[in-house]
Ligand binder design. Structure first.
Ligand SMILES: [Fe+2]
Ligand SMILES: [Fe+2]
Length: 184
């Protein structure tokens, strides 16, 4: 197995939905990590592998998807030649991505900040509406629950982007109320 196989497999198991999420996160990492010191190869691997535990192929009912992703990623990384320390950084970043509180590395901080940002703003709204069901009220409820993710952002640049995204979300909700006359 080579590093690039991880990308092919991410697409095979997670489809367009996941590979586009991954590519957005990689872009966000570049932006929010501009002045940070981190290992690009490690974050690349962590971003690709972070949600595998949510894919039907690996998903385990009752198990947190990040914990499951970590298990699956451990098997994958064993087939690549990352040393033990690098493997640990990748695996801990994966496990920590949907949590709050301290992160064990800059790679972990970047993955978590990027992943929470992708739930915010117009893209976050689009994701929640795309997930369905065909019910505006329910999708909107999902969107409202995303606002708290802003509090989990820690890097100055992601807080700045997060603030803009919250504004867009508030504007969206306001316009939705107005244009639907409350019928939705
Ligand atoms: Fe996730
Ligand atoms: Fe994710």
């Amino acid at each position: 197995m080579e590093l690039n196989n991880i990308r092919e497999l991410t697409f095979e198991y997670g489809g367009d939905w996941e590979i586009n999420h991954v590519d957005r996160l990689l872009k966000l990492v570049e932006i929010i990590g501009e002045t940070e010191d981190y290992d690009r190869e490690l974050i690349w691997a962590a971003v690709h592998l972070h949600d595998w535990g949510a894919f039907s192929k690996f998903f385990k009912k009752g198990k947190d998807h990040a914990e499951r992703s970590r298990e699956v990623a451990a098997d994958i990384l064993n087939q690549l030649n990352f040393n033990e320390n690098k493997q640990k950084i990748i695996l801990d970043a994966i496990r920590e991505h949907n949590k709050t509180g301290d992160c064990s590395s800059m790679e972990s901080i970047l993955l978590r900040n990027a992943d929470y940002l992708d739930f915010l703003g117009i893209i976050g709204i689009a994701r929640d509406f795309a997930k369905g069901p065909q019910d505006i009220k329910k999708s909107l409820e999902a969107v409202r629950k995303r606002f708290k993710f802003f509090d989990y952002l820690t890097l100055p640049k992601s807080i700045q982007i997060g603030k803009e995204r919250l504004k867009e979300m508030n504007n969206f909700i306001e316009r939705l109320e107005a244009e639907s006359f409350g019928f939705y």
